[in-house]
Design a protein around this ligand. Structure first.
Ligand code: ATP
Ligand code: MG
Length: 470
């Protein structure tokens, strides 16, 4: 959401207001004035008919004098605020309620023709230029013995007819204004409830896009906006830790590559410039070989972890005897064990114990666990490897009586490159990737691995595998 969306809404809102007023000024105005005109015309028509059928008829019947008729009409004139004329068929004004001399001084309307009204009983205009102001003129025929003898014509100035129009129009305008104000209130509410929170999210999103995930957006509501905000905060948090992890990972890798490379470079330079005499070179070449092996191991482990990371671990499942695998793996460590005079204590369930798993990968797990157990054991100690069967699962335990893992490191040993401070002195070659690989493999099997360890006492790793269904 950009600033322009809000602007668009404001403009739309203004257009709505202006259109509303225009509509009232044209449409409502037109129909209201037409309504008032018709209503007044029909009122006056009723009066005109009354006059035609009573007073005027009496005059034509000779039962009432013109003067007497005039008095009557004068009263009505005031009551109706209109001008009442008695006109004969030729257009001679016999009586004009607004002109006292009209009885004696009769006047003729030029080119008077009642059919000029058309098929309406009223017309709007100056009535053959008889008035300066526009009039609403209504007529009713005076019929005596079925013959039209003349007409009652009532003129009322249009200004009086439309006088009420302004009052009515004002009501419409005020209503529209109230509606408009109501919309402003809604708009204000919208601004606080929707626009400002979304604006905040937009601003935060911009910062996230720029790589800064620190900003947390406050959540104020329990609705969709609140949910969106909370999701955004969560996303930022995740991205933040992800970025942290990645940075840590890269710096660890760089560090692990740099230290062996620096020492290799240092020794080679020293050999080349003669600082290390030829007879001493074998010792340093061995160190270089050691460091190269370490780099090789590091690269292989990283490649393996990377493979797990991108495609997940692809398992090649088969049934095999785990007891046999343990015996075989232990044999590969014979040399190392002899050095440290470490013995193995195998407590294996049954002669054979078949599990369903990826052979190579589980061998890798065992190798890593036994390798750790040997590395972190004291001389002249024993390592116990045990298999037990419980609830369709095989539990495999590798237990040593070595240096142990400090309590606050227990959770971190699974992280890539993590090595406890205790272990650094014991094992310089370690990369800290072994357990990360172990965990990936065990989890890929949908199984669990746990560690129980006491610093200075020993460590036990236990993982599970599904028993073969045979
Ligand atoms: P690599 O496995 O690549 O040779 P490593 O053994 O140091 O390196 P991991 O196997 O991942 O790495 O182990 C991580 C750390 O956990 C070790 O450095 C050590 O500090 C601790 N650790 C693992 N196993 C044991 C153990 N049996 N006893 C004590 N500490 C252990
Ligand atoms: Mg290891």
């Amino acid at each position: 959401m950009r600033r322009t969306l809000y602007l668009k809404m404001l403009i739309g809102f203004l257009i709505y207001g202006i259109l509303g007023f225009l509509l009232i000024a044209t449409f409502t105005n037109h129909y209201t004035s037409q309504y008032l005109e018709k209503k007044e015309a029909s009122n006056l028509y009723r009066e005109a008919n009354l006059i035609a059928n009573n007073y005027a008829k009496n005059y034509y019947n000779h039962s009432m004098e013109l003067a007497e008729l005039e008095t009557q009409l004068n009263t009505l004139d005031t009551y109706l605020s209109a001008d009442i004329w008695i006109v004969d068929k030729n257009g001679t004004i016999l009586l004009d309620s607004s002109d006292e001399s009209s009885i004696n001084d009769t006047r003729s309307i030029d080119s008077f023709d009642i059919s000029d009204f058309g098929n309406q009983y009223y017309g709007i205009g100056t009535f053959y230029d008889s008035f300066e102001e526009t009039q609403l003129s209504v007529f009713a025929p005076i019929t005596v013995n079925y013959k039209v003898r003349g007409y009652v014509i009532i003129h009322k100035p249009m200004s009086l007819v439309t006088k009420n129009l302004y009052g009515l129009m004002n009501i419409s305008y005020v209503t529209q204004l109230l509606l408009f104000l109501g919309t402003i209130v809604i708009l204000a509410a919208f601004t606080f409830v929707v626009y400002i929170p979304i604006h905040r999210i937009t601003k935060a999103a911009k910062e996230y896009a720029a790589g800064s995930f620190e900003q947390q957006i406050p959540v104020h509501s329990n609705d969709e906006i609140g949910y969106l905000t909370a999701s955004f905060n969560y996303m930022a948090n995740e991205l933040n830790t992800l970025e942290d992890d990645q940075r840590k990972f890269v710096s660890n890798v760089s560090h692990d590559f740099r230290s062996p490379l620096t020492s290799i470079k240092g020794y080679i330079e020293a050999m080349l410039d003669g600082t290390i005499p030829v007879e001493m070179q074998e010792k340093y070449l061995n160190i270089i070989l050691f460091e190269t092996e370490r780099l090789n191991k590091l690269t292989n482990s990283l490649l393996e972890l990377n493979k797990f990371g991108t495609k997940g671990v692809i398992l090649d499942i088969s049934d095999f005897d785990i007891n046999n695998m343990i015996k075989m793996t232990v044999q590969t460590f014979e040399g190392k064990c002899k050095e440290k005079r470490i013995s193995f204590n195998l407590i294996l369930t049954g002669k054979e114990l078949f599990v369903t798993a990826d052979y190579d990968k589980i061998q890798r797990v065992l190798y890593n666990l036994i390798d750790n157990a040997i590395k972190f054991s004291h001389n002249d100690s024993a390592i116990t490897i045990e298999t037990t069967e419980k609830n369709e699962k095989i539990f495999i335990s590798v237990k040593d009586t070595g240096i142990g893992i400090p309590k606050d490191s227990i959770k971190k040993i699974w992280e890539r490159f993590y090595k406890t401070d205790l272990s650094r002195g014991k094992d310089k070659k370690g990369t800290g990737l072994g357990l990360a690989i172990v965990k990936e493999i065990v989890q890929a099997h949908d199984e669990n691995i746990n560690v129980i360890s006491t610093e200075g006492v020993g460590t036990e790793f236990i993982f599970t595998l599904p028993i073969a269904k045979k």
